[in-house]
Design a protein around this ligand. Sequence first.
Ligand SMILES: [Zn+2]
Length: 152
Amino acid sequence: MPKKRMTISKLKKKVWSACSIFIRKSYADNFGYVYCYTCGKRMQIKEAQAGHGFAGRSKAVLFMLDIIKPQCFGCNCCASGRLDVFTYKLRKEYGNERFDYLYKQAHTNQGQWRAEELQEWLEYFQLKGGTTPPKRGKDATYPPKNRNKGLS
Ligand SMILES: [Zn+2]
């Protein structure tokens, strides 16, 4: 039987889930921990979420990797991303020029997703290991590295 083509929205969900794992893994330390970008909470990769620094999930924003960071559930969901802190930190991290560029890009209408484009992103994240489930931290008692000290 021919395989049924995945709908755009299903495909988008699949790519986002690979992207989320990719982001959390790329910010993880050797022990499998990440820090919430907006409150500094230390947590295991699988507890963390990936949050966007700009509101909305438009095509321009959805896989804008520079503005996607690990976040805790509290910041990402309960506090709607804590975007005030998020954008403040992004501006500090990238500098005004880069930040303004990203902001402009994020607010440019890129139209609708095509399946091929999503497929390309999926391959990208798969190539980067995005679909491998994150490993559990080796030593849960290891002290945090203070990589993220909040608003310093
Ligand atoms: Zn947080």
